[in-house]
Unconditional design. Structure first.
Length: 669
């Protein structure tokens, strides 16, 4: 896993280091610091006690040197790295502070100065190690989203070999192999079910909280869990080509992508280095000119310590890491940090209709009978006729009829090219077709069906008729089914002050019907695929910021043209590549969730930057001894504690981002 923000985080120069390394160095430094503090003459005077231990005069230079070289080594190497990269920052400031403190302490031990400084040097290094340990733990826990995704993949799969199976390492599988997934087992690869039906838990990929029914012919993705049955899956993609690997790349890229707020933080951190060095030099010169060399060294070290942009360096990366990890667990995959930042200022969300607000698959929305047939009989008979057809409308009729019971078996099925199908049901020949079938047989729509048919056609529904050789006995309306969560998605966006528009290539009456059902007044209908991006431009010219949501190849130009493009995860690779954010669950409510997350993460960035920058600007004069005339001064150790507390405040504030309410697919149903 890449340390995503190494490329621009000036504070994270300890490449190759991990929380465990800082933890080890912290505990050893703490163990050595305790005897230095206890035997310090200053501390003994404070608490009015005396110690006279063997070789006590050597404790400072020996133990202090170990703490400086062992505990301070990550900071020293980090400072050198910043010099080489010509990007001075926090590590260089820390290095300068502990080098000055060490040099002064060693000079005192050699009777060149009168400044007892060993315990403060040791405490300073120990507190810095603690701060970095906790910082890396915080960022690491957020980045663990990637590790968690990788852990979803099993190491072995049951490869089907004839009539038996044999355990095979996943990395040895090839495209075309068939694997057995047992109940409770994880799907090891992206593939297609070739045998069996099962309820799959896809929450780790899509955020969908309920198991999803998958049957023969359906695609499944690596990392999902078969909850109740065994299935056999043909391998379609392995390794880096799987959906899970793609999600890992998206999360890593998002955590690595630059942020406007991060640019501001980096510039301020670099500026702060020069401010701190200048303040340190001025402090040293002023105090020395007042005839107090010891105080000049103490004040200079304190300025360098307290000016470390530790909290500033953590302010943005931690929010970035947390927001991308939180969104990934909710099925919202952020490809581009700038896209997530822009979502907070979106004025209008433009939804592509088919596959986004609707399911992209027809369903029976109305049934009516005539000449002695009731609606239930019409549906059951039409389904029997269509049972052997592979046409999408036929599949919709059969699916609707199965909800009411078993379908009667038909015989003599024949397809009537361009007109419909015909079959014998319980001794009678029936046909199902559209207007072409009626024209061929010169059949008239019965008066009892006319009003229903007119109403359906006015909505743009597809109308099929059930007929015998002599008369029409029923009709069925089919429409692209609106997603049940689409209404909630539109209502959520309106409640947030965001306008909603819809675009489609469908006929105007179809678009208007969907728009009416969803209370969307701004509808673009009969738009050619190549003109969808022009609709985005039209909205942008009104002075609004536009987010486009789509799932098809023809949506890609519009997704790229919009201020933010959001691709439905079930859509095409082209659409996903053109988008800045991917909704893995195909749930349009995820758009509102992205806006909530964008607004919340931006607030945390601003809060953290304000706190960290304000703290540094106020603390430097205090550390320099501006209020020494009033008896108020800070020691380097106290400065290190305050600096670490500032970092803790920033880290805790960023953690509050976890409380942001995100509602992925079906979570609130």
């Amino acid at each position: 896993m890449n340390h995503a923000h190494d490329q621009h985080d000036q504070h994270d120069q300890h490449a190759g280091h991990d929380p465990e390394m800082f933890r080890r160095r912290f505990w050893l430094s703490l163990a050595l610091t305790i005897p230095l503090v206890v035997t310090s003459e200053m501390v003994m005077d404070w608490f009015n006690y005396e110690l006279d231990l063997p070789l006590m005069s050597w404790y400072g230079p020996v133990l202090g040197s170990i703490v400086f070289w062992w505990g301070g080594w990550p900071f020293l190497t980090g400072g050198i790295a910043e010099i080489r990269q010509r990007q001075p920052g926090m590590m260089l400031l820390i290095s300068m502070a502990i080098i000055v403190a060490y040099a002064a302490s060693m000079a005192t031990s050699l009777d060149r100065l009168e400044l007892e400084f060993w315990w403060e040097l040791a405490a300073l290094v120990t507190i810095m190690l603690l701060g970095h340990w906790q910082e890396m733990k915080a960022i690491g826990s957020a980045r663990n989203a990637l590790s968690a995704l990788a852990a979803l993949l099993p190491d072995e799969a049951d490869l089907v070999d004839g009539d038996s199976t044999r355990p095979t390492p996943v990395d040895e599988l090839k495209v075309g192999d068939v694997v057995l997934v047992r109940p409770g087992g994880r799907v090891p690869v992206d593939g297609t079910i070739v045998d069996g039906n099962a309820e799959l838990d896809e929450s780790m990929i899509t955020g969908e909280s309920r198991p999803v029914a998958r049957a023969t012919g359906d695609r499944v993705v690596a990392g999902t869990v078969s909850t109740d049955s065994s299935i056999r899956v043909r391998v379609d993609a392995i390794g880096d080509n799987t959906t899970l690997a793609g999600i890992q790349r998206l999360v890593a890229d998002a955590q690595a992508s630059q942020s406007r707020a991060q640019v501001l933080a980096d510039r301020f951190a670099a500026l702060l280095f020069y401010v701190a060095v200048t303040a340190g030099i001025v402090t040293f010169v002023v105090w020395w000119s007042l005839g107090d060399l010891d105080e000049a060294i103490v004040r200079t070290v304190t300025v360098l310590v307290i000016a470390c942009p530790h909290a500033l360096g953590l302010a943005i990366p931690l929010v970035i890491a947390l927001s991308t990890a939180i969104s990934a667990r909710a099925g919202i995959l952020v490809k581009d940090r700038l896209a997530l930042e822009r979502m907070r200022s979106i004025d209008t969300v433009l939804f592509d209709k088919t596959g986004t607000l609707t399911k992209g698959a027809h369903t029976v929305t109305g049934t009516a009978g005539a000449n002695g047939f009731d609606a239930a009989t019409v549906l059951r008979t039409a389904a029997a006729v269509e049972a052997d057809s592979e046409h999408p409308l036929a599949r919709a009729i059969v699916t609707a009829a199965r909800h009411d019971g078993e379908i009667v078996r038909a015989t003599g099925f024949r397809a009537l090219t361009g007109r419909g199908v015909t079959a014998d049901v319980e001794g009678t020949t029936y046909s199902v077709g559209g207007p072409a079938l009626l024209r061929e047989r010169a059949l008239e729509v019965p008066a009892g069906l006319a009003s229903d048919v007119d109403a359906w056609q006015s909505r743009g529904s597809a109308v099929l008729y059930l007929a015998t050789d002599e008369e029409i006995v029923g009709a069925l309306a089919l429409e692209d089914e609106i997603r049940p969560e689409a209404r909630s998605a539109v209502a959520d966006l309106r409640a947030m002050g965001v306008d909603v528009a819809m675009i489609t290539g469908d006929a105007k009456q179809v678009a208007d019907a969907v728009g009416h059902d969803l209370d969307i007044r701004n509808v673009f209908a009969e738009v050619l695929p190549e003109d969808k991006d022009q609709a985005v431009i039209t909205i942008q010219r009104r002075g609004t910021t536009v987010a486009m949501v789509g799932d098809g190849v023809n949506d890609a130009p519009a997704l790229a043209r919009a201020d933010v493009g959001l691709a439905i995860g079930a859509g095409t690779d082209v659409a996903i590549e053109s988008a800045g954010v991917v909704l893995a669950s195909s749930d349009p409510r995820g758009v509102a969730s992205v806006i909530r997350l964008s607004r919340a993460s931006y607030r945390k960035m601003v809060q953290n930057l304000t706190w960290a920058a304000g703290y540094n600007l106020l603390a430097i004069p205090l550390a320099a001894g501006v209020f020494a005339w009033a008896g108020f001064t800070l020691s380097p150790a106290v400065g290190a504690i305050l600096m670490s507390l500032s970092t803790i405040v920033v880290a805790l504030n960023a953690q509050l981002l976890r409380r942001t309410e995100l509602r992925p697919a079906a979570m609130d149903e």
